[in-house]
Write a protein that binds this ligand. Structure first.
Ligand code: CA2
Length: 144
C-alpha cells in the first residue's frame, strides 16, 4: 500500500486556539482527520505527526526512509527558516517531499522568506490555509 507521512512542526498543535486571522479556525485534529479520510478514500496509508522538537521530526523522517513511506508532506513551521538538520534528514529520504505553509510566508516578515526545506522540496504550497495540505496530498496520490 502507498504510504504518506504528514509532519507538522512546532506550535502547530495550537492551531484553532490563537491567531485565526493568520492560521485559520481549524484545529490540527480537524486537518489531520480530513487528510486521513481523503487518503483512505484513495486507498493510501497515512501517518500524521506533530512535534515541537526538531530531533523528533528528524527521527520521524529517518523512520520514513525505512518503512516504505513514499512521500512526506511537511509544514516545518519555524524550523523552515532555521533547520539545516531537517534539510539534511529530508535529503536522506528518497521519496517525494512537499512543503506546506498555512500562511503566505512571502507576505510576512523577511525572516520567513527563506526556507531551508525548499532546497529539497519537490513542491511548495503557501497561503492556502489547510487547503494546502489537501493540494499536497492530491499531488502525491496523483503522482504529480
Ligand atoms: O504558515 C505556516 O504554516 C508557518 O509554517 C507557521 C509557522 C511559522 O513560523 C512559519 O513561518 C509559517 C508558525 C506556526 C505557529 O502556529 C500557531 C498556530 C496557532 C497559534 C499560534 C501559533
Amino acid at each position: 500500500m502507498h504510504k504518506v507521512l504528514v509532519l507538522h512542526g512546532p506550535n502547530l498543535n495550537l492551531l484553532g486556539t490563537r491567531q485565526p486571522e493568520i492560521y485559520g479556525r481549524e484545529t490540527l485534529a480537524d486537518i489531520d482527520d480530513a487528510l486521513r479520510a481523503k487518503a483512505a478514500d484513495h486507498g493510501w496509508a497515512i501517518e500524521c505527526r506533530q512535534s515541537n522538537h526538531e530531533g523528533e521530526l528528524i527521527d520521524a523522517i529517518h523512520a520514513a526512509r525505512l518503512d516504505g513511506t513514499g512521500a512526506i508532506i511537511i509544514n516545518p513551521a519555524a524550523y523552515t527558516h532555521t533547520s539545516v538538520a531537517i534539510l539534511d534528514a529530508l535529503n536522506a529520504f528518497d521519496g517525494r517531499v512537499i512543503e506546506v505553509h498555512l500562511s503566505n510566508v512571502h507576505k510576512r516578515e523577511s525572516f520567513r522568506h527563506h526556507s531551508y526545506v525548499s532546497l529539497r522540496a519537490d513542491g511548495v504550497i503557501a497561503g492556502l490555509g489547510s487547503r494546502g495540505y489537501h493540494a499536497a496530498l492530491e499531488a502525491v496520490m496523483g503522482g504529480g
